[in-house]
Design a protein around this ligand. Structure first.
Ligand code: GLA
Length: 732
């Protein structure tokens, strides 16, 4: 790992592992992007900035400064001064004039990585390889009195580059930030594909690949959350790039609210990637002396396709983003009562489930929605977080005590950011809901969103959750968020600051989870949002796992988990075995397949175990044992995608390999059975080619090279949706 300034070339060079990122300064003031890619080790690359070609640089050709601005590869592009591509920063001055041009002033190279105040971000971790370095470039718009500090950080054990920006009003007048994105990446790439993740409720994070083309293509959210529909991620894949080969440039946003991720191919065939807070509905008032910090963007370059990008991200998030003490701990196998009972439960029903579950080795009972005063359907009571003692006789301490007597932990569901119109909270504080005065607020799932820009609301919400947790030994919280924002207005923020609400809401949410994880450091927190609508790196900073999707069908989960595991370590994906016919799609799949697919994540059950036939209960016992055995591998290993059902429409296959290559697990799902076909050859990945491996179920031995370059035969299986999980152990 190294960050250096090459005085002779006027270049900054960041290098870590096999990656290099180079920034140049032209005319002493214009900060340009020189290079990002495989390490070249030769700093004489300033010519990539094309300053010797028309239109030349402003000091040589002042009369064509506009042409320069529109073609120059800016590190942090600004609006209104000649660059007509979409930009990162647009500022309005007190007179209403828009325009900004940042000039380089100086740099600092720091050991470590500064925090981004109030926001999640990657951090240095103690221990080997955990250290980092940061480059700070200070730029200024003298007319506005605006200082911009561009930050670039790297870690010794990662090839990712982390970017963020701090904007400081050092002038005398108020400034209005109309756009304040985090990162711009201007590159020479005309041909290739854009990869994003998209979908809907119950179809989250499907991979979407489309050709790059002239013009702008983007994914975004202005729903107040990162969303089911689009994901704060994009990657461009060079021509011919695939799973294991070719160049990939990716950006991933460490943020949980509105975002934009954009690729623009311009008139000169160069590509601009942008990522940051969505400017739609955004305006930040920056008074003299105040500063604004953008959330962090993680940039990844891979010269070995998507596979290497995935490994860089998984290792980065495990090593530098997830703070929970559960990061390296086996998570308890849990049973959640949502699909088992929905709102129809009481203490006795929950204890029946817990008794049967504990006999089969399940380690935690999670009580989902419906436990608080008046909550018999999803139509009311959000905000009134008092235990319903008619349902839960003896209250929470009794229930938790009884569950603990069975040797199990206890978890509870909350949806703290919400208020129902039919609730005591709303009747007492109608102004606490997000709303536009004079308009009837739009309902969604019969609920409103609380205004987390208001400090007293954040305090109320915190105390409501914390007092329940203080009343009984609860060891897990599922923190849900079941609607997106509409009529985004705050009676607290007042005139002129409504454009801050979306971002202030997210800051309020982060402060809540920060407080929670500080007061209850041993709490296992799982974030959730109507399934997986807020599965993003921002939430991962607070909770080591996030509920992937309300769709628990094993076959639907193949594409959802494939897209999620493209970016996130398996230990972050909440995945449960549920009952059949599946509650979302009505499909019937074998119990074993449901187990194999859910074991790719933070594993649990979501069904009424008391109603299962004895055979399935026995299968649960075996699945729990298997999960215990496999968990270290799943938690710490390298994930490889072997085949994608979403692409081949026949079968799905993935593999996890221990870091020391001592074992590997292959999960194979046949999906639909086919007539008249023979076994399928699967080539493994990531093994030691020289080592000897043994297949656990049949004792057969192979050299690593044989498994990787030749392959293993997957027998044809009887019936639709059949699956197999095969373990290979290194024996020499
Ligand atoms: C959301 C969650 C579900 C469940 C329900 C309860 O939809 O994703 O898992 O908790 O809320 O209302």
């Amino acid at each position: 790992m190294k960050i250096e300034y090459l005085e002779s070339e006027k270049l900054f060079r960041l290098a870590s592992g096999d990656m290099e990122y180079v920034i140049g300064v032209v005319d002493g003031i214009y900060v340009g992007h020189v290079y990002y890619g495989k390490k070249m080790g030769d700093g004489r690359c300033g010519y990539f900035l094309r300053t010797g070609e028309a239109p030349f640089v402003p000091s040589v050709n002042w009369r064509e400064k506009c042409s320069f601005a529109d073609a120059f590869p800016w590190e942090y592009s600004t609006w209104g001064m000649g660059d007509y591509r979409d930009s990162c920063l647009n500022v309005r001055d007190p007179e209403g004039f828009r325009g900004c041009e940042l000039h380089y002033e100086g740099y600092r190279i720091l050991e470590g990585k500064p925090e981004i105040s109030g926001m999640p971000a990657t951090f240095c971790r103690d221990g080997e390889g955990g250290g980092g370095m940061t480059l700070e470039l200070t730029c200024r718009d003298k007319v506005l009195g605006l200082k911009a500090i561009l930050r670039y950080s790297i870690f010794a054990d990662s090839e990712a580059v982390m970017r963020s920006v701090e904007l400081v009003n050092e002038g005398h007048g108020v400034l209005y930030l109309e756009r304040a994105l985090t990162a711009c990446l201007d590159m020479d790439m005309e041909e290739g594909d854009l990869l994003t993740l998209g979908g809907s409720w119950s179809r989250e994070r499907h991979m979407v690949r489309r050709p790059l083309a002239m013009g702008k293509q983007l994914v975004s959210s202005f729903r107040g959350e990162s969303g089911h529909q689009d994901h704060p991620f994009l990657a461009v894949m060079g021509k011919g790039a695939g799973q294991d080969q070719g160049e990939v440039y990716a950006m991933h946003f460490v943020y949980s609210g509105n975002f934009v991720a954009e690729a623009e191919v311009n008139q000169f065939g160069s590509l601009r990637l942008l990522m940051g807070i969505n400017p739609e509905g955004f305006e930040w008032v920056l008074n003299p002396g105040e500063s604004f910090a953008t959330p962090e963007v993680v940039c990844v370059y891979s010269d070995e396709g998507l596979g290497k990008m995935t490994h860089i991200l998984h290792d980065l998030y495990r090593g530098h983003l997830i703070r929970s003490p559960y990061l390296h701990r086996r998570r308890p196998v849990l049973i959640n009562n949502w699909e088992a009972t929905y709102f129809d439960f009481n203490t006795e029903k929950l204890l029946e489930i817990a008794r049967e579950a504990s006999k089969r080795g399940i380690e935690m009972l999670v009580m989902d929605d419906g436990w608080f005063q008046g909550r018999h359907t999803d139509s009311g009571s959000l905000g009134d977080w008092n235990v319903d003692e008619n349902k839960l006789k003896g209250g929470l301490p009794y229930l938790v005590g009884e569950v603990q007597k069975l040797g199990m932990g206890f978890g509870i569901w909350f949806e703290p950011e919400m208020v129902s119109p039919d609730s005591d909270l709303y009747r007492a504080h109608p102004d606490w809901a997000i709303q536009i005065p004079g308009r009837e607020p739009v309902q969604s799932r019969a609920q409103y969103v609380l205004d987390l820009s208001r400090p007293e609301v954040v305090d109320y919400v915190y105390e409501a959750v914390a007092s329940v947790l203080r009343s009984a030994p609860v060891s897990y919280v599922k923190w849900d968020m079941n609607r997106q924002m509409t009529d985004v207005g705050s009676t607290y923020l007042g005139k002129g600051r409504q454009g801050e609400l979306f971002h202030r809401y997210v800051l309020g949410l982060y402060s809540l989870q920060e407080r929670l994880t500080r007061e209850f450091p041993e709490l296992l927190l799982e974030n959730c949002a109507s399934g997986g609508a807020r599965f993003d790196p921002g939430m991962l900073y607070y909770s080591p796992q996030v509920w992937c999707s309300d769709n628990t069908d094993a076959i639907e989960r193949l594409a959802i988990q494939e897209g999620t595991a493209l970016l996130y370590p398996l230990s972050a994906m909440g995945a449960h075995v549920s009952a059949c016919p599946n509650h979302v799609v009505g499909r019937i799949t074998p119990f074993a397949t449901r187990g194999h697919v859910a074991m790719a994540g933070a594993f649990g059950y979501e069904l009424d175990i008391t109603k299962l036939p004895e055979g399935e209960k026995r299968l649960i016992e075996r699945q729990v044992e298997t999960y215990h055995e496999l968990y270290p591998l799943m938690l710490e290993g390298d994930y490889y995608r072997i085949a994608s059902w979403a692409e081949n429409h026949k079968y799905d296959c993935w593999q996890v390999v221990a870091k020391d290559k001592s074992e590997a697990l292959v999960t194979y799902v046949q999906v639909l059975a086919e007539p008249n076909c023979h076994s399928r050859k699967i080539r493994l990945k990531g093994l030691d080619p020289e080592a000897e491996y043994q297949q656990e179920d049949n004792g057969q031995r192979y050299k690593g090279a044989l498994l990787m370059y030749g392959g293993v035969l997957m027998p044809r299986m009887e019936g639709d949706f059949a699956s197999a999980m095969i373990r290979f152990i290194q024996i020499g």
